[in-house]
Each structure stands twice: as C-alpha cells, then as structure tokens.
Design a protein around this ligand. Structure first.
Ligand code: CMX
Length: 440
C-alpha cells in the first residue's frame, strides 16, 4: 500500500470508530429546526451533511481543516523558487487532516505523474463532438469516457466486500485527479489552438504541468495555476458541485460517475459558470462604453442597467458567505503583485468599489460582496487566455481535489445512500390546516 493510502487508512479507521461511538451516545440529539421557508428556499441553512475536508463560515470564509486561505498561502509547500502554494499540499491536508511536508507533496506529485496516462479512446470520444460544443460538456464527456477505467466499478462487479469500498475509491480518485489536467488541456487545445496538443512534462508539478499542456510557459502563469488550483478546490459540502458528487457517490456510483455529475452542476451560471459570465459581462460593458477603463460612474450606470433588465451581476453574492470572498482577496493580492497597472484588473477593482453599495441597497440580496468568480477571469486574460468559455473547466479541475477527497471520506466512514424526505404542496396545505402530519 502507498504512503498516502496508509496514512489515510489510519486516520479513517480512527475517525470511523469515533463517529460510531458518538452516534451511539448522541445520535438522537436534534440539530436546529427546519422551517417551511427553508424547504421551499433551496434548503439554505439546514445542517444536513457531514464533510470532513473544509468548513465555510459566513463571516470568516472558508477554512480547510481549520486553516484559512492566507494561513495556507504561508504554510503549504511551494514549487522551487515559487511563492504560491502547491495544490498537492492542500489535497494532502484535506485527505489526511494535517499539514504536509515537502516530501509528502513530492510524493503526491510523483504518484499523479505516474498515473496521468489517458487512453486514446478518451480523446477519440471527445473528437466525436462538434468543436462548437461547450468546453465543460467536452470535459464531462472525456471524464465519462474514462469511466471505463474505474477500479471501483470493476471490483464491485467482481463482488467487492464493503470494507474495501474506500480503497477502490481511493485508487480511482488518484487516477482521475492525475488525468484531469490532460483531458482539460486537450479540450482547450482542440477548441482554441487548432488541435495542436502539447505532451505532458514529467518534471513539473501537477498545476505547473497543466499550465504547460495548456500552452502557457511563463513561470508567472504556472504560479497563477498553483494558486488557482488551490483556492477553487473546496467550499464545504453543500455547494452544488460538492453536494452532487457526494449524492451520486452515495448510490455507490464510482468516482468517475459521481465527479462527472458534480461537474454538470458546476457548469450552471449560478455556480462555476459565473467565472465566464463575469468576463463576458465586463467585455460587453467595455464595448458599450467604448473604453477599456470605464469610470466608476459609468460602471454604476451599467450595473443599474443590468439589474433593470432582470439579470444578476455575475461574480457577486453568495448562498452562505456574508463578506468579500477570501478567494477573491487572494487573487487580488496576486494581481496587485504581478500586474497592478492592467486595465482589466483595475476595472475588476473599480467594480468592487462600486457594486457592493448598489447591491447592498436592494433588500432581498443577502450578500452584496464579490465571490471567487468576480476576479479569476481577469488574471487569465492578462496572460492571454481570453477564451472565457473555458474558465469553468479550470474551476472543475481544481474542484476535483476537494470533492474527490470528500468521496474517499464518504466511503471510509460508510456514508449511506442519501435519501431525504420530500413533501408535496398539497400535503403542506393539509398540514397547515392541521389535517395531516408531515413528520409522522
Ligand atoms: N445580482 C442580482 N441579484 C442578485 C445577486 C446578484 N449578484 N445575488 C443575489 N441576487 C438576488 C437573487 O437572484 C434573488 O432574487 P429573487 O428572489 O428574485 O430570485 C435574491 O437576490 C436573493 O438571493 P440571495 O438569497 O441573496 O442569494 P442566493 O443564495 O439565492 O443565491 C447566488 C446565491 C450566488 C446564486 C446569487 O448571489 C447569484 O445569482 N449571484 C450571481 C451569480 C454568481 O456569481 N454565482 C457564483 C457563486 C460562486 C460559485 O458557486 O462559483
């Protein structure tokens, strides 16, 4: 068994024992109340899931095993000569629960390098799609084609014991994460670079190699990819991509099936697709105003026009956060360090100075502050990646780290099939009249 697998097994066995004891003693203790408005309101605020990898506080922001993003920027190992965290380190932290050393990170890099081969039939499957197909759809089709390789599916069909589920999941997770950058880069080069593909560089770290396969060779872009892949990876368990991966995995669908399902959720404009919508919206604003550096007054007018047309301001608002997203702040720090004079970034910062006050004056909007997607596209455009329809694929490659580490934990803790109770409005009405019981 590999070093990482051994460590995970040890931690998982310990926690599984603790959870068993905890449930024996406290299993009947209620956690809060559920209101009628919540079941019609996207289940906001209902605590109904357990996710080990990260926790989101509305005021404090995301913490991975207790560490905030600024803390991780300092504490996680870096590439040689680099200053951004390596995503391998965050994967280790989410999986094992403690900070990795340089050797732990190097181990993960080399395992992912070894497992990164993508069979040709996966590329052939992507090639069967029209080039106009959205990059997220091509990405998901590539993942689905790869499902043929699933250890979990093969071993299950051979009659695997329940106690081995976690191990087969772990093997699939490592294979899948290792291969995702190659599939994503293939989609990018196919759609935007005339099918001129770039072979992997086995000497680079996971994110550095991804940048290389995309065709961006500057060390600064590699650093951006390391930061990007780190900060987008997880946002506790209730967001659409994480929850979907967890839900589909609960049917013992293998990690390829579960992750592909999660990616279909990430492809929605209220979730990960917002990063493409932000840049599209800014490009349209620049064009209509006729300037690549609109004034704050012009931005204000444009924001009001967007709202008056019944549209959302992409990149602003959040279902849980009630402050500026620390992932936005991390990208702003990167921008101020590397490209403070870039007009697109300055526009993003001017929007940040303008939008919260406008959204804050609309009573129904609970969070007027920017989320992760408000910033990411501008950094990519700076380095020449203007093909904004591809941005959600980058988000997806990163999100794999969190949701797939989460899936390892789900199987290790023996999480059962997820099956909440639903009710019809007819039953709700009868319940309100006192004629029916809902919870009986
Ligand atoms: N612009 C305009 N209206 C907004 C808004 C925004 N940025 N954010 C929220 N609202 C509106 C909602 O559409 C909703 O209106 P209705 O009641 O008419 O439907 C109302 O305000 C209440 O929404 P909320 O409770 O504040 O927020 P929700 O939890 O329902 O939704 C989110 C959260 C992210 C979907 C929403 O803020 C939004 O649509 N933002 C823009 C899209 C975006 O940036 N998504 C990316 C989120 C991060 C990610 O997952 O990647």
């Amino acid at each position: 068994m590999g070093v990482l697998k051994d460590r995970f097994k040890e931690k998982a066995e310990q926690l599984a024992g603790e959870v068993k004891e905890m449930l024996k003693e406290h299993g009947e203790k209620p956690i809060g109340e559920v209101k009628l408005s919540q079941i019609y309101g996207g289940m906001r605020g209902i605590t109904g899931l357990v996710t080990e990898t990260s926790l989101l506080d509305p005021q404090d922001g995301i913490r991975f095993r207790g560490y905030s993003i600024p803390e991780l920027e300092k504490a996680l190992p870096k590439a040689e000569g680099g200053s951004e965290p390596l995503p391998e380190g965050l994967f280790y932290l989410m999986l094992v629960g403690s900070l990795p050393g340089d050797e732990d990170v190097q181990h993960i890099t080399s395992v992912w390098q070894r497992r990164s081969h993508v069979p040709n039939y996966v590329f052939d499957t992507i090639e069967a799609l029209p080039e106009s197909t959205h990059p997220m759809t091509q990405f998901v089709v590539g993942i689905m084609a790869l499902q043929n390789e699933s250890n979990f599916a093969r071993r299950y069909s051979e009659g695997m014991s329940k106690k081995d589920y976690w191990e087969a999941t772990f093997d699939d997770v490592m294979d899948l994460i290792a291969r995702l950058p190659r599939i994503a880069a293939y989609v990018y080069r196919r759609k935007y670079k005339g099918g001129k593909h770039i072979q992997p560089n086995g000497l680079l770290d996971w994110a550095g190699n991804f940048a290389h396969m995309l065709g961006y060779e500057s060390e600064e872009f590699r650093e951006l990819m390391r930061l990007y892949m780190t900060i987008h990876c997880d946002h506790e368990g209730g967001n659409v991509s994480a929850h979907t991966t967890h839900l589909v995995g609960s049917a013992l669908s293998d990690p390829y099936l579960a992750f592909a399902a999660g990616m279909n959720g990430l492809a929605g404009p209220l979730h990960g697709l917002a990063n493409q919508e932000v840049i599209k919206w800014i490009f349209e604003m620049q064009e209509q105003i006729g300037s690549d550096l609109p004034t704050k007054e012009q931005i204000t007018d444009y924001v009001k026009k967007t709202l008056s047309e019944g549209k959302v301001i992409p990149g602003y608002g959040h279902a849980v956060l009630r402050r500026t997203d620390p992932r936005f702040e991390a990208q702003m720090r990167f921008g101020k360090k590397h490209m403070p004079d870039d007009h697109l970034l300055q526009t993003v910062w001017n929007i940040y100075d303008t939008v919260p006050e406008i959204l804050g004056s609309i009573a129904k909007i609970k969070n007027p502050w920017p989320n992760v997607d408000a910033h990411s596209g501008a950094l990519l455009v700076h380095y020449g990646m203007k093909e904004y329809e591809f941005y959600t694929v980058l988000f997806g490659v990163s999100r794999a780290l969190g949701v797939l580490a989460g899936l390892c934990w789900d199987r290790a803790l023996g999480m059962p099939l997820e099956r909440p109770k639903s009710v019809s409005t007819r039953l709700v009405k009868l319940w309100l009249e006192g004629k029916e019981e809902i919870w009986g």
